[in-house]
Design a protein around this ligand. Structure first.
Ligand SMILES: *[C@@H]1O[C@H](CO)[C@@H](O)[C@H](O)[C@H]1NC(C)=O
Ligand SMILES: *[C@@H]1O[C@H](CO)[C@@H](O)[C@H](O)[C@H]1NC(C)=O
Ligand SMILES: *[C@@H]1O[C@H](CO)[C@@H](O)[C@H](O)[C@H]1NC(C)=O
Ligand SMILES: *[C@@H]1O[C@H](CO)[C@@H](O)[C@H](O)[C@H]1NC(C)=O
Ligand SMILES: *[C@@H]1O[C@H](CO)[C@@H](O)[C@H](O)[C@H]1NC(C)=O
Length: 828
């Protein structure tokens, strides 16, 4: 009897729900954040737009990520589109969302591990935390899945923390934070054994199973809350005892009972019922078995709708969980006050599970033997992630201690314990990533060849370029046939580089001029915009340290750029990954000085600074004399007007070099180039890739790694072994300090390119000059004396002095001579 009373209580509860407002379909969530991580384009799935990663970057705390894309086929699923790209988190990262209406929200995490550029997502382990809940802990995933959580968001600022486990990374393919009607989860539920469970509203729930009985998969397209309902047949213990029935048209939503938001018509309109055909007696249970996590309470929601009966009061059946009855002798006609086929649901919270299996059964009522049948229309199993005392983790089993820890004090202690542990981890990881200057890539990393080969076509431009034809900017338009001749008809043997933009060929014009020919492989809008920017920039700027554009060709929709040939390829290819003799320290310094001059010229020679935006070793080319020239202006942008401090723009650049401040604020200044140049300086010193996922965690990001050693004052520990013993300590110190300043967290704290240039000249002078005293101590004194003398030069003077280097560029004046002049000329 007491059982019955419990179950009669439920419908009454339902009547009280203020659910009439959203009785029909079309719930519009007040908050909806959908992000297709790693994607360069917005992705529409089921009519909803998942934002391109870039469009969602303002939610992110740090740019320490890699954007990954797979060209392999992804597991077919409703979310396949979202599984194509991912963001790899190399450090703890937070997403922060503004919540306009607190209360229940879905958090959906889409995960499909794939290999990318040395990263293996299937081995990554990480945690995902929100508010007080640990959604995932030490979690790893081997195949595509979507994890769904329902969180009661209690503050207007909602933070999701993605935290790689020690020595690992994290990744996400897509992320959703979307309001759901609060009424979906009411505070009270029945319990097992029969009783009342209060306090569901505070709970974070994780969807474990969501099943449509007796029918096909119900796509999120047919669900007002974007839920997917899977068919029940795989869970049936004895499928001979069940049969399908469907009558979607019969379903009625009765005020006060279930609504379309609770479950859609396609779920209530199909049913699994008893199949007594092959059975001797009519007394059978239809049984489903589901795997669940050990050590957690689960909310089991039964969806029922009598679409099988011809009239009222014919169907009486019982519902069981494991061997316990949770709804004896259920009479749906009475619950619905005599409406046939009214949609109805009820909730049961299970005790903390001791087994990883749960059985759900329906069987005919023994009290009313007339019409032997039992039905179930839908089922949801949600894990309660709070109040179990342990962070829910799918990969690790829970200890007995954690299971036992559900009750009061222990629970509080555990929450504290987990919380403190989390804070400590966070602190540690923050310390680890302090000064981390990791950055991210908006492009798939391209294979760099011998000459400029950046993946131009794969980046996108945002319409900063005018639409005038290239001829408007530049006169040297080449006929296609001339380029065909120059490159032996684009012969494979002439290829010197391949990038996302296309292939780079070496060639020889009819007058014998050697050229590098970059041929875009598609006339996409993006590629076209960058093609134009490149022509526009290079025709405006002529400088010894900027690569020269000889011409272009846009015949037959071709996008071909013809540059002066640079014998020694990219700085990057000359630094590492080759068999050539290593560059000496003086050569490296001179290359850095050359590149710095090119940048300084870009920043200062016109009324408006031009910001390169993609400064990296692969965009610094070396001619036959190892003279450095900046290349690849496809992303360049005019700097701020005089009365402004920055340009607001979408973030572009290359992973490992990108200015974190620019990334955070999307405000571009020359100082972003300075940052990237600082990374190049460390790259030159250490001769290793700026991002190398094959290295131990701490070493992956060069900027972070080098800054750590620089701050310790032990930069010499990590320099290119080929330079060991060949750099004077004093020169190395100057160089290290210069790079460090370039990597300052805030642009305002970074030097101008003129200052950088000056300091590099200084480092060269220190290396070369007759400062023979070996003892570091005396060197230090000399440096500081000299520094204070030189720093008395005003900023303007120094820029003028730097400009003087360029003016003298035609002459034979050596860098050191100019430097001496500079030192002398400041004696005022
Ligand atoms: C994606 O859509 C948003 C909002 O509709 C828009 O602001 C953004 O520019 C789009 N991004 C891309 C890369 O198309
Ligand atoms: C969210 O939690 C707060 C505090 O536990 C509670 O007052 C509120 O009713 C909850 N809201 C919902 C929609 O569950
Ligand atoms: C019920 O329908 C589902 C999907 O439509 C099907 O896969 C399953 O085999 C059917 N089950 C029975 C017992 O007929
Ligand atoms: C989903 O909805 C469409 C139309 O809205 C309907 O044609 C289709 O049958 C529905 N699918 C299911 C499984 O109910
Ligand atoms: C159905 O399952 C319940 C709970 O385990 C059990 O008590 C009952 O005997 C079962 N009925 C049949 C016919 O097996």
């Amino acid at each position: 009897m007491s059982n019955r009373r419990t179950w009669q209580f439920l419908p009454a509860l339902a009547v009280l729900l203020p659910c009439l407002v959203w009785i029909s379909h079309g719930y519009t969530p007040p908050d909806s954040y959908l992000i297709d991580c790693g994607s360069q384009t917005n992705t529409t799935v089921g009519g909803r737009i998942f934002l391109a990663d870039q469009s969602a970057s303002n939610f992110l705390s740090t740019p320490q990520n890699v954007l990954a894309e797979t060209s392999n086929s992804v597991p077919s699923s409703e979310y396949s589109q979202l599984y194509q790209t991912a963001r790899i988190f190399t450090g703890t990262t937070k997403y922060t969302f503004f919540i306009s209406r607190t209360g229940r929200h879905w958090i959906r995490l889409y995960l499909n591990p794939f290999p990318y550029d040395g990263f293996d997502m299937s081995t990554m382990k990480f945690a995902v935390l929100v508010q007080d809940s640990v959604l995932l802990n030490d979690f790893s995933v081997s195949s595509a899945i979507m994890r769904e959580f329902s969180v009661n968001v209690t503050s207007g600022t909602f933070v999701i923390t993605i935290m790689p486990s020690t020595g690992s990374f994290a990744f996400l393919n897509a992320l959703e934070v979307v309001s759901m009607p609060d009424e979906i989860i009411v505070d009270e539920a029945g319990t097992l054994p029969p009783g009342k469970f209060g306090g569901l509203t505070g709970q974070t729930l994780e969807t474990v199973w969501r099943v449509n009985m007796g029918g096909p998969l119900v796509s999120f397209r047919n669900d007002t809350l974007f839920r997917t309902w899977v068919p029940d047949s795989p869970f049936l213990i004895n499928s001979n005892l069940a049969k399908n029935f469907s009558n979607i048209g019969a379903v009625k939503y009765v005020p006060g009972m279930a609504t379309q938001d609770i479950a859609p018509r396609s779920v209530y309109g199909t049913v699994a019922e008893m199949n007594t055909q092959g059975s001797l007696n009519n007394n059978i249970n239809v049984t489903w078995e589901f795997t669940i996590d050990v050590g957690a309470r689960h909310l089991v929601r039964f969806h029922l709708c009598d679409i099988v009966s011809k009239s009222l009061n014919l169907l009486y059946f019982s519902v069981y969980i494991d061997s316990s009855v949770v709804a004896p002798d259920l009479d749906l006609s009475r619950i619905s006050s005599n409406t046939l086929a009214a949609a109805y649901y009820f909730d049961i919270v299970t005790p903390v599970s001791e087994s990883n299996k749960i059985l759900v059964k329906v069987g005919p009522s023994k009290r009313f033997a007339s019409n032997q049948n039992a039905i179930l229309n839908g089922l949801e199993i949600m894990k309660l992630t709070d109040g179990n005392g342990a962070p829910s983790s799918s990969s690790s089993g829970k200890s007995v201690f954690l299971i036992a820890g559900v009750s009061g004090g222990v629970f509080v202690a555990l929450v504290l314990f987990v919380g403190i542990g989390y804070l400590l981890c966070l602190r540690r990881s923050q310390r680890r990533t302090a000064n981390s200057e990791l950055s991210k890539s908006w492009i798939p990393l391209s294979t760099e060849g011998g000459t400029p080969s950046r993946s131009m076509g794969s980046k996108y431009s945002n319409g900063t370029v005018t639409t005038a034809s290239p001829a408007h900017y530049f006169g040297y338009r080449f006929p296609f046939i001339a380029i065909q001749e120059a490159t032996k008809n684009f012969g494979e043997s002439e290829i010197i580089g391949i990038g996302g933009f296309g292939k780079v060929y070496k060639g020889s014009l009819s007058d014998g001029t050697r050229v590098a020919v970059k041929r875009g492989n598609s006339r996409s809008q993006q590629g076209l915009a960058e093609f134009r920017t490149e022509i526009e920039m290079l025709s405006q700027f002529r400088h010894r340290h900027l690569v020269s554009l000889i011409g272009y060709c846009d015949e037959n929709n071709e996008m071909i750029l013809i540059y002066e040939y640079m014998e020694n390829g990219t700085l990057k290819s000359r630094l590492y990954g080759h068999e050539l003799p290593s560059l000496g320290w003086k050569e490296r310094l001179e290359i850095c000085i050359g590149a710095a001059r090119g940048l300084h010229y870009l920043h200062t020679s016109h009324a408006k600074a031009v910001i390169h935006r993609d400064v990296k070793s692969a965009n610094i080319l070396l001619d036959e004399n190892l003279m450095a020239k900046m290349a690849d202006f496809g992303l360049s942008k005019a700097g701020p007007d005089l009365d402004q401090t920055h340009v607001t723009t979408a973030v572009k650049g290359s992973f490992g070099y990108l200015d974190p401040e620019y990334f955070r604020r999307q405000q571009l200044t020359e100082k972003s180039d300075v940052y990237s140049f600082g990374v190049v300086l460390f790259e030159v010193l250490c001769a290793r890739p700026v991002i190398d996922p094959s290295l131990p965690r701490d070493m992956v990001n060069l900027a972070e790694w080098a800054m750590m050693w620089q701050k310790k004052g032990q930069l010499e520990q990590i320099i290119d072994p080929a330079l060991a013993g060949k750099i004077k300590a004093i020169s190395l110190r100057k160089f290290g300090e210069t790079a460090e300043k370039c990597l300052a967290d805030f642009g305002v704290d970074r030097p101008s390119m003129a200052d950088v240039l000056w300091n590099l000249e200084y480092a060269l002078q220190l290396q070369e000059a007759g400062m023979q005293r070996d003892k570091e101590h005396s060197n230090t004194i000399m440096i500081s004396e000299l520094s204070s003398e030189l720093s008395s030069l005003s900023h303007v003077d120094r820029i003028l002095a730097a400009a003087q280097f360029d003016a003298s560029s035609e002459g034979e004046v050596s860098i050191s001579q100019v430097f001496s002049q500079l030192v002398k000329s400041e004696g005022r």
